[in-house]
Write a protein that binds this ligand. Structure first.
Ligand SMILES: NC(=O)c1ccc[n+]([C@@H]2O[C@H](COP(=O)([O-])OP(=O)(O)OC[C@H]3O[C@@H](n4cnc5c(N)ncnc54)[C@H](OP(=O)(O)O)[C@@H]3O)[C@@H](O)[C@H]2O)c1
Length: 244
């Protein structure tokens, strides 16, 4: 296999970041910061625009997408050189990792629209099921557990749940905040996706705390659970230990 091919080189670079992020502290991951990621943002509302802006400022390249390309073009222009706009399919193809941040009720159609583009793709899932906003699919997702439900609706994606129960306004300013960082609970099953998401959680200004797998813990990563709200990493670990 020709390892000089750009996609192969890129894969090896990402694998190196993934391996490092799993094993070592933030200080060492910071040394890898030269590797900027391509991030597809699907849903450029309050959460998507806040996190996409932070990641662009951290040196990554983001593509904003939604149902309104004009909104995304304007947003990208404000964010600057590291941002661009596209359709959800273009963002899914562009991103080495995707942020999916849409109302939960949009996930079934989105999963169908993106289809094969999701196969093997790392995805950070911020989406929360609310019956009054999202309808019956939200009751189904709550019964099943949001992590497992998202994985079913986005087939083939390597999902990490994160950014589910901290307000978007706090996400927008977290990277600029001084002092100790708030913890960000994460749940996922795919080590590489967890590792890359870990770095992006840090770049957004939070301290990542992996609380477990999608089935066991994904259901707790949403508003109204003991892990919701902004807490220290230590408190998140203590609370998570009582939930297993
Ligand atoms: N707001 C918070 O503080 C917060 C915090 C944590 C998690 N969450 C969760 O994260 C998700 C996003 O929340 P938000 O507050 O950012 O919502 P929002 O401001 O309403 O933004 C939703 C975004 O999704 C886009 N969208 C809707 N349907 C789509 C589709 N089929 N394909 C592509 N894009 C689509 C919308 O595009 P258009 O504008 O063009 O319709 C919009 O850009 C929700 O599930 C929410 O529960 C929210």
């Amino acid at each position: 296999m020709d390892i000089t091919r750009p996609d192969r080189r890129r894969f090896l670079q990402l694998a190196a970041v993934a391996a490092i992020a799993q094993a070592v502290p933030a200080r060492v991951i910071a040394a890898e910061a030269a590797l900027a990621l391509r991030i597809g943002i699907i849903g450029s509302g309050r959460v998507g625009s806040a996190l996409g802006t932070s990641w662009a400022k951290a040196g990554h390249t983001v593509m904003f997408s939604s149902l309104d390309i004009e909104h995304d073009r304007k947003l990208a222009a404000v964010v600057g050189t590291n941002a661009r706009a596209g359709t959800p399919r273009e963002a899914a193809a562009f991103g080495e990792i995707l942020l999916i941040s849409v109302p939960y009720g949009a996930l079934p159609q989105l999963g169908k629209d993106l289809g094969a583009l999701l196969k093997g793709k790392m995805v950070i899932d911020t989406c929360n099921p609310f019956p009054n906003r999202d309808g019956e699919i939200a009751n189904w997702a709550r019964e099943k557990g949001a992590g497992v439900a998202s994985a079913e609706l986005l087939p083939g994606a390597r999902i990490v749940r994160a950014f589910n129960a901290v307000g978007a306004a706090r996400m927008a300013e977290a990277a600029q905040r001084q002092g100790p960082r708030s913890g960000m609970p994460m749940a996922g099953d795919d080590p590489a996706a967890i590792a890359v998401a870990t770095r992006l959680v840090r770049d957004a200004g939070f301290e990542p705390v992996l609380v477990g797998g999608l089935a066991a813990m994904g259901k707790y990563l949403m508003p109204g659970t003991p892990l919701a709200g902004e807490r220290s990493p230590e408190d998140i670990r203590k609370i998570a230990a009582t939930l297993n």
